[in-house]
Design a binder for this molecule. Sequence first.
Ligand code: F6P
Length: 498
Amino acid sequence: MSFSAQHFQKQLHDLTIDLNHNELFTLTTTHWLVDLSRHYLSRKQLKQLTVWLEHHDFIQQKNQLFDDNILNFTENRPVNHVLLRDSQQIFSCSQHTAMAIDFNRQQIFVNHFHAEQNEITDLLTIGIGGSHLGPNLITDALKEFCSTKLKTHYLTGTDPYELSAIFKQLNPKTTLVFVASKSFSTLETLWNYQQIKAWFELELASSATKHFIAITNNQDKALSMGFLKEYIFSVPDSIGGRFSLWSAIGLAMRLSLGEAQYQALLAGAHAMDVHFKEQPLNTNIPVLLAILDLFYGNCLDVQQRAVIPYSHRLRLLVPHLQQVEMESNGKSVDIMGDTVPYRTGLAVWGGVGPNSQHSFHQWFYQGTVLTPIDFIALQGNSAYPDFEQLLLSQCLAQAKALWEGQSSENAAQATQGGKPSTLFLSKSLNPRSLGELIALYEHKVFSSGLLTNTNTFDQFGVEAGKRQGIAMLAAINDAPSTLDPITENILNHLNDLC
Ligand code: F6P
């Protein structure tokens, strides 16, 4: 029987919540242990839901991700980011020749760069959203695996203070600039590129061009802007921005990691692809996490989920996941174009533990809002095992305390408990384990899209916002009389300030 999101919602609402189910539920992948014991749904109830999904065509829908189907149905595009970490598939299928060529070009570029003597010490990526968040997460979290000869920098928004900081840090002579933009029409990226290009031309004259690499789906525009053809790398239309770190968008990251560690990153993601494709639904971690999100959102009026890595190196994970999750599942219209009558994606926020304990955990303990938490912890392999044991203990303690609560005769000191969480635990943070974790969340948001009959892979809302930005600038500069009354009033009051 075919899947119906409405019918699935009924399955969720028919469940009886038993907070005292006491069922242990721990799943493992190659590098991660994922514990689901502290949730409002028991292992038995989750299995009941996955059996229903099996009987309603969900496995076939899920595994469309591994075919060339048009999954981005509103933009009539296939979705191929999983292909990027399966080089065997890329090179064996004739319809992926272009991808194979891209893959080879990048590999030759990276190997040649590391083989030749050159004076490049800094890699600057100009990009925003998926053209920045994923690569920056990787080079920041995996710094110990990256080249010590290359420093990576990112220039993202239109705050001139970000730009001026780059001017102070870099020397055009020893810097390679990657202009990462799938569309090559993103305002922030184009404005930043113009400034950096002008600076390089001032310093390097005609040789400036050889310091600029374009990474885009819009090759014609890159050529028209003066990029050398051999310095343009392609991002296929079938690779969504928030899923593009595995593509040429991550070229500076690939240079910094080096080919072996980059392949390990891909291998980790591929291991999760295999898990997602082959695991039965009742032990399929991305599917189970998607079910839990939908259950909390639709049966307990939960609107958000916190992600708290107990790892300083994963401090950029939340910004990346915010785009992956909220740009993918922040939807309200289904495949038929009808407004969905249920909650889709949750808001994602968070921070690094144990710092978060001294910031917003009080709100978890005694606040009035139920917020499921993803705790992410590492056993560690550093030179400070005692610190790592403390850090892990702090994470485990928070998950326990929030779930169990603590009674007290003094009501002001009691904590309610019943705060659900998923614990993700790995032995260490390395390219493979991080690749696996990022792919896990990618598959979770795809599963959420399937369960709500929405398109995980478009982002028309944001595109509308982008156009508004351009129109506002034009109105302020050239036609203030066309400004809306509120904006006009705001700007008038601005002039009154000291
Ligand atoms: O935020 C909208 C968006 O299109 C993202 O999906 C994308 O990652 C980002 O802007 C940058 O887009 P581009 O790579 O085309 O510059």
